[in-house]
Design a protein around this ligand. Structure first.
Ligand SMILES: Nc1nc2c(ncn2[C@@H]2O[C@H](COP(=O)(O)OP(=O)(O)OP(=O)(O)O)[C@@H](O)[C@H]2O)c(=O)[nH]1
Length: 363
């Protein structure tokens, strides 16, 4: 009997589209399946890894940089070997790509792996319904990602009206013809759709098709792009302009503070985020009266801003840890601005200080 192979699914999508949210949904609704997770954060503080830890059967995390620019595949191979070892009893592995990754490079790495216990399980591309048009304007590369997706999740369906929703669906049908598009709110998709894939030979011609190794080799020959196997620094100047990695233009800034943050100053910073600063994620410790036990997860995606309140874990260090990602951002200025948001001096009780934060809070 053929040995059962563990499918490795790549979960991709632009910054803030909802990959971690979807992954957490899968983890919470996996039934009896054991999910192994590889998280690839772009920033040097592994916010995504922290956001899924605790719910997952087995996780490895690759911080600071895009996996798609790894010099060789051995690092990923090592992680896959670890997750696929029989003792881990993993049924499916999900790789959450960084929001700036080239999914094609990740797929190439999985297909090139000589680990016989794993098999490429498809690309799930998450799309932010509200940001789709703007993201595509700035990053036409997204079209290429959609074209090779096995499943497109049109997430944040709650953030668009009927007309915009239809327009995005039409555009997706054009960009990813024949591919299933699932509309979702907060990444709530049926896990069955991801894990229980039909074997290739049962697929209907013209329906969902997984990218094959031949496709990739052909694509490489056509585009002369081999950055899965060399250190291209994300730019691949030798390749076609269409193959410029998304993250080549993006910088990330990490900020950590042990002192509590001043809610008014931080809100002032967040309400006036500089142009180009597209994504902020992390956790904030405010330390204000009545809020000392609350950890505020913060997410900014484009114009969208939310805080999610949850109690700090018992053993958790009360720190503010933020990752800021954007194009043309001034890292030093951002760090200085955030330093200025720390509450260094004890202040008189300011009962209303948290109002600005609570306006954006959920949970
Ligand atoms: N309104 C709304 N918000 C959502 C939905 N899905 C996710 N979000 C929010 O969008 C923000 C970003 O979600 P994440 O899951 O962290 O996105 P991501 O793709 O992992 O982000 P990166 O790791 O930066 O690429 C968070 O505030 C989520 O709560 C949705 O369907 N509707």
């Amino acid at each position: 009997m053929a040995k059962r192979q563990i499918p490795v699914i790549v979960l991709a999508g632009f910054l803030g589209s909802g990959k971690t949210t979807l992954l957490n949904h899968l983890l919470g609704h996996s039934g009896g399946s054991r999910i192994g997770v590889v998280v690839n954060d772009f920033g040097s503080i592994e916010i995504d890894a922290m956001s899924v830890a605790g719910q997952v059967d087995s996780m490895v995390s690759l911080g600071n940089g895009c996996l798609c620019c790894a010099v060789d595949t051995s690092e990923l191979d090592g992680f896959l070997d670890k997750l696929a070892r029989p003792a881990a009893r993993i049924d499916v592995i999900v790789i959450e790509a960084s929001g700036l990754a080239e999914p094609q490079e990740l797929i190439r790495m999985i297909l090139a792996s000589d680990n016989e216990s794993i098999v490429y399980g498809g690309l799930v591309e998450v799309v932010d319904a509200a940001e789709f048009a703007r993201t595509r304007d700035r990053h036409p590369e997204i079209d290429r990602h959609l074209a090779i997706a096995d499943l497109v999740v049109l997430n944040k369906a709650d953030r668009v009206g009927e007309e915009d929703r239809r327009a995005v669906l039409d555009e997706l049908a054009r960009l990813a013809p024949g591919r299933p598009v699932l509309e979702a709110v907060h990444g709530r998709v049926d896990p069955e759709l991801l894990f229980d894939r039909k074997p290739r030979e049962q697929e209907t011609p013209g329906a969902v098709r997984q990218l094959s190794f031949e496709d990739l080799v052909r694509d490489e020959a056509e585009h002369g792009h081999g950055c899965g196997t060399h250190d291209c620094g994300g730019d691949c100047a030798g390749g076609s302009p269409g193959h410029r990695h998304l993250h080549a233009a993006y910088d990330s800034v990490a900020f950590t503070a042990a002192e509590p943050m001043d809610p008014r100053r931080l809100m002032d910073f967040l309400d006036n985020r500089p142009e180009g600063l597209y994504r902020i994620k992390g956790f904030v410790h405010f330390g204000a009266d009545g809020h000392r036990r609350t950890r505020y997860a913060v997410h900014a995606v484009g114009d969208f801003l939310r805080f999610y309140a949850a109690p700090w874990g018992r053993a958790e260090e009360r720190l503010t840890q933020l990752v800021l990602i954007g194009t043309g951002i001034d890292a030093d200025a951002l760090r200085t601005a955030l330093e200025g948001c720390r509450r260094v001096e004890p202040r008189d009780a300011d009962e209303n200080a948290m109002w600005g934060v609570l306006r954006y809070a959920q949970g």
